[in-house]
Design a protein around this ligand. Structure first.
Ligand SMILES: [Zn+2]
Length: 222
């Protein structure tokens, strides 16, 4: 991959053509470049409280391990009770709150309640896709993978400066908040990224797109 400056000044990676002319698979993801973790980081994860459902907590862990961890050099470990001085990702389960992160990437390091998850699927179904209804594991896993994308410093794909403006994604863009800092893009806009509110499959069905998988190997190579 080659990094180039776009007309907006953003750094963009351009796929090279290798071998017999077969292009590298399209990759995507848009990062907050100042808040990427060092490659190969081992990042502790803890829960601010162990009062939430342990089954759902374990599903969050497995979802992250099955996606971002499998495809990158980043290791999330621990997943136990936070201590006052715990570093890494500190998760607060708040069943009245919108799932979110309070910072990108390394900005979350040691921040109490830096990531908020919600295990109340009835509540989630009011604000999220109907797929959440009656499918708590699916819903909790899909949201967790998206939020951990933010924890790896990835921003909402629909907010990329190079997103085609005629794709009908305007409403979702505002729902997601146009938060775009230190934009570092890999290749081109990916409508199927798990970080994209405009993904035709809600939260990417909790799975990384081929573009996500290709891009994660650029940001955090194995
Ligand atoms: Zn998000």
């Amino acid at each position: 991959m080659t990094l180039v400056k776009t007309a907006t000044g953003a750094l963009t990676a351009v796929a090279l053509v290798l071998g017999l002319g077969a292009p590298i698979p399209a990759s995507a993801l848009s990062a907050n470049a100042r808040f990427l973790w060092p490659k190969g980081s081992q990042i502790p994860v803890c829960w601010e409280s162990l009062e939430s459902d342990p089954f759902f907590r374990s599903e969050v862990q497995y979802a992250v391990e099955d996606t971002w961890m499998t495809q990158s050099s980043i290791v999330f470990y621990g997943w136990d009770q936070c201590q006052p001085n715990s570093r890494g990702i500190r998760i607060k389960v708040d069943n009245t709150a919108w799932p979110m992160v309070k910072a990108d990437g390394v900005g979350l390091d040691g921040m109490p309640g830096g990531m908020i998850l919600n295990f109340d699927v009835d509540k989630l179904s009011k604000g999220f896709d109907k797929l959440c209804r009656g499918a708590p594991v699916f819903c909790i896993r899909a949201i967790a993978v998206h939020e951990f994308g933010h924890a790896m410093a990835f921003q909402h794909e629909q907010n990329r400066s190079d997103r085609p403006r005629a794709d009908g994604c305007v409403k979702a863009e505002y729902q997601g908040g146009v938060r775009r800092h230190n934009e570092l893009n890999i290749d081109r806009y990916d409508p199927f990224s798990i970080m994209n509110y405009c993904n035709p499959d809600w939260s990417g069905n909790g799975k990384l797109s081929p573009g996500d998988i290709s891009a994660i190997s650029e940001f955090y190579p194995l």
